[in-house]
Design a protein around this ligand. Structure first.
Ligand SMILES: C[S@@+](CC[C@H](N)C(=O)[O-])C[C@H]1O[C@@H](n2cnc3c(N)ncnc32)[C@H](O)[C@@H]1O
Length: 395
């Protein structure tokens, strides 16, 4: 059965956990912060926007839309600047500065429904409190979609999270005692353990406010309506395709300035990390465009290089380490080149990339073919390479 559990990440934004995949969709470090650090900061948007009025973004694997949201927050601040939101109505046509097109793609319709695609920006809101209209919430909860997705239950669990935090250890005694066993299902217990052993800096109240905000903002908030007005001033166009990214991009005539690639890891979703998919992206990237991804994998970097790109690394000042990869057509856009070590690594078996010539294979078939290619390869193994590299460099 289709199930996803929400949890609070460290910046108060909501992440999702899939028990089927036994994997999280967003890092517990902070879903929104991560999107900003991995996709917005390294894209050098400020510089781009000084020279260009029009921008096209391709958000591959939209999910609940943090990368797009983070981009929009950035644009919103840049464009509306210090204008107080209450003056938005008074801004005239001459304030139209930016033409923005975002094409977001994901196979999962339910996630897209969960995502209001503009998140609040306290600086620009009249007041920080959202007023929840119970009638509207009730109506929304009884939608066909929400009953399918069991959103109601998910929200209840989040409310329980708030309660757990307040009544401390007592809940543990109740939840796991034989006496009360029949009242609590295993998911609730699993979720309790998940919360219990992950310490969050945000106060539960603040976190709760954020999740409700995330979900209902689009429907209830006056801030959202104001933000929409701002977006109207920006000549904003948003297209969401619910289909396999390969099909969607094959049928797309646009070229993009930025492509955010946020697929699950290569072993889980190899179809979006193949050399052939990257060749397709090459055709859809502007000459001064940039593909950004969180992956540091040697096979991903090698696939980009063999698809015709120049490849560089993303450096995070806050984490003080490399946190991803960029692929570009214009080499001068690279700030952090691949090191001698990285270049050596992609020439080992770890650099053997995935293939999907017709862009139609399923993930299992891609993995199988890759296994065979690695097995038959005469390339040096990555472990041998790393050992030799360390020895030669006295590490
Ligand atoms: C790591 S999550 C992305 C998180 C997302 N960027 C967000 O802000 O919530 C990966 C996403 O890839 C989607 N996905 C998996 N296979 C896909 C495919 N072939 N084409 C498009 N999307 C796919 C999943 O539905 C999932 O939402």
């Amino acid at each position: 059965m289709y199930k996803l559990y929400p949890y609070f990440t460290n910046d108060g934004s909501v992440g999702l956990f899939s028990p089927d995949a036994n994997d999280i969709y967003h890092s517990t470090y902070g879903a929104l912060t991560e999107a900003y650090e991995k996709f917005i900061l390294p894209s050098d948007l400020k510089n781009f926007l000084q020279k260009n009025n029009e921008i096209k973004i391709l958000d591959i694997c939209f999910g609940i839309g943090y990368n797009t949201k983070s981009f929009l927050n950035f644009i919103y601040n840049e464009t509306i600047g210090d204008n107080n939101i209450k003056y938005i109505d008074e801004l005239g046509d001459d304030n139209i500065k930016r033409k923005i097109f975002i094409h977001a793609i994901d196979t999962d319709k339910n996630l897209a429904y969960l995502s209001p695609f503009f998140i609040s920006n306290k600086k620009h809101t009249k007041n920080n409190k959202l007023e929840f209209n119970q009638d509207k919430i009730q109506r929304m909860m009884s939608d066909k979609f929400t009953s399918h997705f069991e959103l109601k239950k998910e929200i209840s669990i989040l409310l329980l999270h708030k309660i757990f935090n307040n009544i401390d250890n007592e809940i543990e005694t109740i939840l796991f005692s034989k006496k009360y066993n029949k009242y609590f299902d295993k998911y609730l217990k699993g979720l309790y353990r998940f919360y219990k052993f992950n310490t969050y800096k945000t106060t539960p109240y603040k976190a709760l406010y954020r999740v409700l905000h995330n979900i209902y903002y689009r429907y209830l908030s006056t801030c959202y309506k104001n933000a929409l007005k701002a977006l109207n001033l920006l000549d904003f166009n948003f297209k969401l395709s619910i289909e396999d990214a390969r099909t969607s991009i094959k049928n797309d005539k646009n070229k993009y300035n930025y492509i955010f690639l946020d697929a699950f890891t290569p072993v889980k979703c190899p179809c979006l990390w193949t050399i052939d998919f990257f060749k397709l992206l090459y055709e859809h990237l502007e000459d001064d465009g940039m593909i950004l991804t969180y992956s540091n994998s040697a096979l991903v970097r090698n696939a980009f290089i063999n698809a015709g790109f120049y490849v560089g690394k993303i450096y995070s000042e806050s984490a003080q380490k490399f946190t991803g990869t960029i692929a570009v057509k214009n080499k001068t856009l690279i700030k952090h080149e691949l090191s001698e070590y990285d270049l050596g690594l992609i020439k080992t078996r770890a650099g053997i990339f995935y293939r999907d010539e017709d862009l139609t294979l399923d993930n299992g078939a891609i993995i199988e073919a890759h296994k065979i290619e690695v097995k038959n390869s005469r390339l040096i193994s990555s472990s041998k390479y790393i050992k030799e590299y360390r020895r030669n460099n006295g590490i």
